[in-house]
Design a protein. Structure first.
Lengths: 279, 130
């Protein structure tokens, strides 16, 4: 049977991708950020997951306002990096895992999570930046990736509770897949940031660090944070943090923290990063 | 949690149903700039290109003025309006500087110093300071 072995939370700031792609990762501004992910690169090189389920949000790349799925699962054989207006990122095409993805879609729908099934989709920085942070700049991504896109652009996004319950349903789905796969799940986006309007640039280190603590030790408390608190305390785009709760829900209650990193700023954003392992 | 609670957050416009409905064509105009042929058309003749989109006159004027906050007030969403910013050659941080009324250098400096504090920025009542 397949099983979820670990969870990774990380911000997915587009400027991080641009820094890597344009050879700027050695500049003083970026050195501390990339240094913070060096232990993570070693960790994942040792873990060697067979598949990654990557929870992220699309930023008006694959989905405009024509179609706004709350939860969408990528079931295609591959996903091209999206052209976000200045050419696609020079990163490998993402290979999917259609067998597991379709199994998950069926299992989740029967488990009362009405997933949108996506057979053709380009993936933007929300998905590719976390891969770059964890794997650097390889010729090909080391394992298949199942994109799981969450709407956090159009209000209302799903509640923290709904996200956490989806995570638990993902765990049931993975554990009922009849192949011995070791699966890692990523929750991405956040941490505090606001991109819009006169309050842009908001950062809240206290909120972020409390959220990191809760995610590890008291996820049930994090689950109950209402939308208004994310928006007021962590900025209008800080609400992306609900996606981290999907990752947390998919792990065991007693999953252990093995690494943590927090850094301000990356462009407009506070970068948070956690690695959790199931025992 | 009601809309009034969200409305009380200063300098922040929640992209809710009303704004999405009102801003649909403005946002889809911005979305169209993902295609090179549309960027060329906008560059060649802005007025002609704007007539292709059933936006309100006020929305069109906000586009002509590149009034980024006005676009948000009229239903624009930042992930869409930033595509017009990218068309103009603006980075996200340059756009943020314009929306917050400071120079890019001042904005970048604020971020390097830890960003805009949430203290004093939770409620509109805290912004009523002369």
């Amino acid at each position: 049977m397949a099983k979820i072995v670990a969870g990774v939370a990380t911000s997915h700031v587009p400027a991080i991708g641009a820094a890597l792609d344009n050879g700027k990762s050695g500049e003083p501004y970026w050195v501390p950020l990339f240094a913070g992910f060096e232990p993570s690169k070693k960790w994942i090189a040792e873990l060697k997951p067979d598949v990654i389920i990557l929870v992220y949000n699309d930023h008006a790349s694959a989905f405009s306002l024509e179609l706004i799925p709350t939860f969408a699962i990528g079931c295609a054989a591959s996903f091209k990096p999206a052209d976000e207006g200045w050419g696609a990122r020079p990163v490998p095409v993402v290979q999917g895992h259609p067998e597991l993805a379709w199994h998950m879609a069926q299992s989740l729908i029967l488990d009362e999570f009405d997933m949108t099934i996506v057979n053709s989709m380009d993936v933007d920085h929300g998905l590719t930046v976390p891969l770059s942070l964890m794997y650097g700049q390889p010729e090909a991504w080391p394992c298949p990736v199942i994109p799981l896109a969450v709407n956090v652009v159009q209000y209302p996004p799903p509640t923290g509770h709904r996200c956490y319950m989806l995570g638990k349903a993902i765990r049931r789905a993975v554990e009922s897949f009849d192949r011995p796969l070791r699966v890692a799940i990523f929750g991405t986006g956040g941490m505090s940031h606001q991109l819009q309007g006169p309050r842009a640039g908001l950062i809240n280190k206290e909120f972020d660090n409390r959220f990191l603590d809760l995610l590890v030790n008291d996820p049930e408390a994090a689950v109950n944070i209402p939308h208004i608190e994310y928006v007021r305390e962590a900025g209008s785009e800080g609400i992306e943090l609900v996606m981290w709760l999907i990752m947390r829900g998919a792990l065991a209650d007693d999953a252990k923290e093995v690494y943590r990193f927090y850094h301000v700023p990356a462009s407009n954003t506070a970068v948070g990063h956690l690695i959790l392992e199931n025992s | 949690m009601t809309q009034a609670d969200f409305d009380d957050i200063p300098g922040t416009l929640l992209f809710n149903a009303d704004r999405s409905r009102k801003g649909y064509h403005l946002n889809m105009f911005c979305m169209s700039l993902m295609k090179a042929e549309n960027r060329d058309a906008l560059r060649a003749d802005q007025e002609a290109y704007l007539t292709r989109w059933p936006m309100t006159e006020e929305q069109k004027q906000s586009v002509r003025d590149r009034d980024w906050n006005k676009m948000l007030e009229l239903g624009g969403n930042i992930y869409f309006t930033s595509k017009l910013g990218a068309f103009d050659g603006l980075s996200f941080q340059q756009l943020a500087a314009k929306m917050t009324g400071v120079t890019q250098a001042e904005y970048a400096d604020m971020m390097l110093k830890g960003g805009r504090s949430v203290e004093g920025n939770r409620s509109k009542s805290e912004w009523k300071r002369g």
